[in-house]
Structure formats: structure tokens, C-alpha cells
Design a protein around this ligand. Sequence first.
Ligand code: DGI
Ligand code: FE
Ligand code: FE
Ligand code: FE
Length: 188
Amino acid sequence: MDIETAKSIVKPQLTNKRYEHTIRVAQTAAKLSQKFGGSKEKAELAAIFHDYAKYQPPEEMKRWILHSPQVPKDLLQFHHELWHGPVAALLMEREHGITDKDVLNAVFYHTTGRTGMTKLELIIFLADYIEPGRSFPGLDDVRQVAETDLLKAAWMASRNTIAYLLNKGNPIYPDTFYVYNDLTKRIN
Ligand code: DGI
Ligand code: FE
Ligand code: FE
Ligand code: FE
């Protein structure tokens, strides 16, 4: 699917602000893929779709998850914020005929990440975190490291997200910790 078609599918599903975030994630992912290697087209396609399901009603997302063997059901025990990546990947495949597994996985895992993330998965995970519209504590350090070290920058994003969730006293999905541990090994 070409990028313009992807944009025209996604735009009506999002608010303007969310669509602008999506475009910035695509630009950031394109830059990261040029720097670290990999297909710019795949990075852009995954980025355009990554938040496609963000505004689906939770009840509808729950139905999709319950009917899809590839989605871990324990996600339903956690905040519905964690459901939009997997649901977007399901919709891309079933409703828009996108079959590239790496692209689908980059969308599926963009919120939590997973162990053994591919380069494309890391690029989308990181681009979503560092796109120029974001402002989190410590973000400038992550952006700086992202100039030279994809794994380390993704590790920093993972660490910061866990610290943020802990600080708020939120429940944390186990994969979120597994990603941190996995990246800690991979950077050393
Ligand atoms: O969709 P975006 O806002 O662009 O970003 P995202 O999909 O990376 O993250 C959505 C939210 O999910 C964000 O507020 C942080 C939260 N989140 C990430 N990991 C976990 C989590 N929330 C819980 N409860 N547990 C997690 O492990
Ligand atoms: Fe998201
Ligand atoms: Fe993210
Ligand atoms: Fe996003």
C-alpha cells in the first residue's frame, strides 16, 4: 500500500492532533530508518497506521481481541490504552490486506514493545516516543542518543516509561518489564 492511500484510510479515524502526531512519527521513523538501515517505506507505513485504532470504543476493541487467537488475552486485564496497537494490526491485515509481518508487528507492539524487537519494531517504538511534538522529562537525552544508538535510545524510552508508570502508581503490563530487561542485555 502506498503512503498516500494509508494516510487517507487513517486520517478520518483520528482527531487532527492525533493525525499530526502520526505524521510526525512517520517523519521521525523515516529519518531513523535512513540512519540505522531498513526500509523507509515500511517504517512510514507502520507509523501511519500505528495509532489507527486509538479511538475505537473499548468494547469493540475487546471483541476483536477475544476473537483473535494471536492476541494475548491477559491484555484485557490491563488498561484499554494497551489494546489499540494489537487492534490496529488486526484491522490492517483483515480490512486493508496488509500482510507484511514486520510492519504488522511494529504496529501491534508499539505501546508495550516485546522481547527480541526487530529494527523496524524498535524504530516505531522509539519514533512514537521522540517525535518532535512530545515533551517528557529526560526526552532530550533520549533524542540525543537516538542520533547514534537505536538500541540504547529504545532502552532509555523503556526505562523512562516504566519510571513514569511507577510514579503514577499505575499497573504495568509484564511485557513492559521484559522489554526493559531484554534491551538491557542487548545494549551491554
Ligand atoms: O498512543 P500514543 O499516546 O501515541 O503512545 P503509546 O501507544 O506508546 O502509549 C499509550 C499509553 O500507554 C501511554 O500513556 C503510556 C501507556 N502505557 C505504556 N505501557 C504501559 C502503559 N500503561 C500501562 N498501564 N501499563 C503499561 O505497561
Ligand atoms: Fe499508540
Ligand atoms: Fe509508545
Ligand atoms: Fe502514537
